[in-house]
Design a protein around this ligand. Structure first.
Ligand code: HEC
Ligand code: HEC
Ligand code: HEC
Length: 449
């Protein structure tokens, strides 16, 4: 346990009064100083850091004032909280935060008034930010973001349960590694830059790493095999980003990964669920070099959930059966009637308009949640440089029953050489009941200033 950790524990006095843990300093390097990449991307250092950290996706609501908060987020077992106003408004935002207050909030999850935050705010990741990026981010928020006088919404968590906040200091102690990112000199500059973004600002692990008993991410870097090995998220599956050869990124090249993060799609598939918000508001704004850095880092992660698995290879027999109108395989006729005109009888899709299903890691994900949610409710829309994607995955909520959806998904998980488990009607019914057919599909590229 290091000295700052001890200080962090001191802050858990029953009164919830915080103590100053002191700002940390990190030596500037290619990996942890985003100034040059900001310039390459045409943004100020601070605005670029805010894009890397995707503050806007959580701290704004569509058509609301930029960074004025108000997004509802669920804290498991407790209830809903709302993101707060982080504009520099002194009365309702963070206008009275000094740099040290801000640094403490970002690294330790302690607000200026000393109260503890739930890790719905991804401070376990932001703890790894460098001092130079933290300062640039602070300057951007204080000087370039318009103050908005919008009071924070109280949480729906009853007071007695909200006492859990006070325990968050102990939670930090048990689960966090709050040191800033340390360069690994045995790795390349690109690898280190990628590791810095993925682990800290990009908080990729907040969604892609499974959580343990205390709801903590099981691993905050590549030293832990569970890191980025895939996790469920609001009835989507944030799938494996490791070298898993079928359901992870094992068959993707560095260029494939960079293309996906920069544009929302590549020859294997598209972003269609929560990842759309990440592409729209964060990764598409990153410089070429930063996209490459992340790709280099992700490609260095070994397989975790599919160690020694046989690599998928295409099989033509299902295509031939479909073309011969031979529908013995359960679900194949539904596929032929409802899906094949866009995804092809051969499952190859029509890249870049309709993604392939054959060989797509999403189809072979052990957790079929994304497939069920997407087939029921359709896709969210990627809006990248060229404008909105013209092609969308339609929703089948009204057209197909739970039985039929289970059948067709089971079919695509075994067709064209796939070997993934079947999906039951009950699994589909569960997602149908839990997801909202009237959800707001207008995913914006949110403004920050
Ligand atoms: C995944 C969602 C999410 C992201 C991304 C996120 N935040 Fe937060 N943030 C929250 C939530 C939720 C809270 C309130 C937590 C609580 O009340 O327990 C919060 C609180 C804060 C606070 C405390 C403000 C106060 O009211 O005193 C600051 C400061 C903050 N965030 C800054 C940032 C910055 C800067 C970024 C981008 C680098 C960012 N956040 C990204 C969810 C997020
Ligand atoms: C009108 C054309 C169309 C039809 C019909 C259609 N899809 Fe799609 N599908 C798409 C498009 C376009 C996407 C990419 C979504 C995006 O870009 O947001 C997609 C994406 C998908 C994906 C995710 C693949 C990935 O990585 O992006 C799956 C799985 C899928 N569709 C399955 C189905 C199934 C099963 C059916 C039939 C029940 C079906 N689709 C019918 C157009 C279609
Ligand atoms: C807010 C949650 C969230 C965050 C943060 C997030 N992702 Fe994702 N990601 C998802 C989900 C959910 C999916 C799968 C379905 C979809 O397209 O939304 C996904 C899909 C992906 C895919 C496609 C995988 C495949 O096999 O098709 C890649 C690559 C990816 N994410 C990389 C990243 C990287 C790199 C980061 C950090 C910079 C990141 N994600 C941050 C939720 C997230």
């Amino acid at each position: 346990m290091d000295f700052r950790k001890l200080l962090a524990v001191c802050c858990v006095s029953a009164l919830g009064v915080g103590c100053d843990s002191g700002a940390v300093t990190t030596e500037s390097s290619y990996a942890n100083d985003s100034a040059a990449q900001a310039e390459a991307a045409g943004l100020s250092h601070g605005e670029y850091v805010a894009r890397l950290g995707n503050c806007v996706a959580c701290h704004s609501i569509p058509e609301g004032e930029p960074l004025a908060g108000g997004l509802k987020m669920n804290v498991p077992m407790l209830g809903n909280i709302y993101t707060t106003n982080i504009t520099p408004d002194a009365a309702t935002g963070i206008g009275d935060y000094s740099f040290d207050d801000f640094d403490r909030a970002m690294r330790f999850g302690v607000k200026k008034d000393g109260s503890r935050m739930y890790p719905a705010m991804p401070y376990p990741s932001y703890a790894k930010m460098s001092e130079q990026d933290m300062r640039a981010l602070y300057d951007f928020i204080m000087n370039d973001v318009a103050p908005a006088n919008i009071p924070n919404q109280p949480s729906d968590i009853p007071g007695w349960k909200d006492m859990a906040r006070m325990g968050m200091g102990i939670w930090n102690l048990l689960t966090m590694d709050d040191d800033p990112y340390a360069v690994d000199s045995s790795q390349s500059d690109d690898w280190n830059r990628g590791a810095y973004i993925v682990q800290s600002l990009g908080h990729c692990g907040a969604c892609h790493t499974p959580r343990g008993l205390l709801m903590q991410e099981k691993g905050l870097d590549e030293g832990d095999s569970a890191y980025l090995s895939g996790a469920p998220l609001d009835h989507w599956s944030a799938s494996s980003l490791n070298g898993d050869v079928n359901s992870g990124l094992g068959r993707w090249s560095e260029d494939d990964i960079a293309e996906f993060l920069g544009s929302g799609h590549n020859r294997f598939g598209t972003a269609f669920g929560t990842m759309v918000e990440v592409v729209n508001n964060s990764t598409q704004h990153m410089s070429e070099a930063d996209l490459r850095g992340m790709a280099v880092y992700l490609k260095s992660l070994p397989p975790v959930i599919e160690v020694n698995a046989t690599e998928w290879s295409y099989s033509n027999s299902d295509t031939e059966a479909l073309l011969g109108l031979n529908f013995i395989e359960s679900g194949s006729q539904i596929y032929y009637e409802y899906c094949s005109n866009c995804h092809g009888t051969n499952g190859m899709g029509y890249y870049p308009y309709q993604p392939p299903l054959a060989g797509n890691p999403v189809i072979m994900d052990p957790d079929p949640s994304s497939l069920i949610n997407l087939t029921l409710n359709g896709s969210l829309r990627v809006i990248a440089d060229q404008g909105p994607d013209v092609n969308d995955m339609p929703y089948f909520r009204q057209l197909l029953s739970d039985d039929e959806i289970a059948e067709v998904i089971t079919y695509i998980r075994s067709a064209w050489g796939h070997n993934a488990s079947g999906v039951s009607t009950a699994q589909v019914s569960e997602v149908r009941a839990a997801t909202d057919p009237s959800r707001n599909d207008d995913i914006f590229v949110l403004r920050m200033k």
